[in-house]
Design a protein around this ligand. Sequence first.
Ligand SMILES: C[S@@+](CC[C@H](N)C(=O)[O-])C[C@H]1O[C@@H](n2cnc3c(N)ncnc32)[C@H](O)[C@@H]1O
Length: 259
Amino acid sequence: MRPETGRVLLTGAGPGAVDLMTVRAMRAVQGAQALLYDALVPEEILALAPAACLRIQTGKRAGRASMKQETINRLMLRLARRGLAVVRLKGGDPSVFGRSGEERAFLEAHGVEVEVIPGVTAASAAAAQFGFPLTHRGEARRVAFATARVQDGSVVEGGWSALADPQTTVAPYMARDAAGPAAARLMAEGRSGATPALAIQNAGRPQARLVPTTLAGLGEATAQAAFDGPVLLVVGEAAAQARGYGAAAPARRSASARS
Ligand SMILES: C[S@@+](CC[C@H](N)C(=O)[O-])C[C@H]1O[C@@H](n2cnc3c(N)ncnc32)[C@H](O)[C@@H]1O
């Protein structure tokens, strides 16, 4: 008899610390028969899966290339059709730059049931760890999770004028190498060069590192930091509340004098 089609759980692993996973995500991993995991998921979390679980790495790791999205989709489908409990494990929240929309649409179009299990996204982890809010009454009335695609040294997407409001906290993901162009674009849209800014590597993990700066200094500070892990940028008045932000105060004052 053909087994019933299994389900796929699109699961958020959180920022990389086991105790920042949700209980639901942890149970999903503990019950997985097939686990497809991204590069940002640490060994400590993978170790929660049963010994017999089929583990498939889909992200870049130890010099190996990432799998194509189409290959990942087909693999999830094949495993689900074998009747396995499939867990697609991603760093942070699968709904934030996690392709959960594409994967859900593909699987559902092929008759596979999908559940999304949320996770703590990098911006929330960074805010909690370094003691700053993403929204703050009177200073930050909205927060934007953004990303920046750069071509010939400039950000190519439109829509950045929506981030010009000084009361918007902007959190660019996947923007370590785009910090300079993204900052230039925000300043071109009217954000002051003196706006507090942070670059945070490995948010939510014990080895997290915070580089406090200003919008005008963000490109240089990020380049000089020589980061080698995942990096989130945060720009906005609320970022000044980050522990350790005082270290950037002189830079902020001089940027303020220039702007
Ligand atoms: C493909 S996106 C995935 C985002 C993820 N779904 C989330 O909700 O955090 C990868 C980017 O997320 C950010 N990121 C993920 N985990 C991070 C962490 N622990 N610390 C800092 N940035 C992180 C980085 O900007 C990285 O380049």
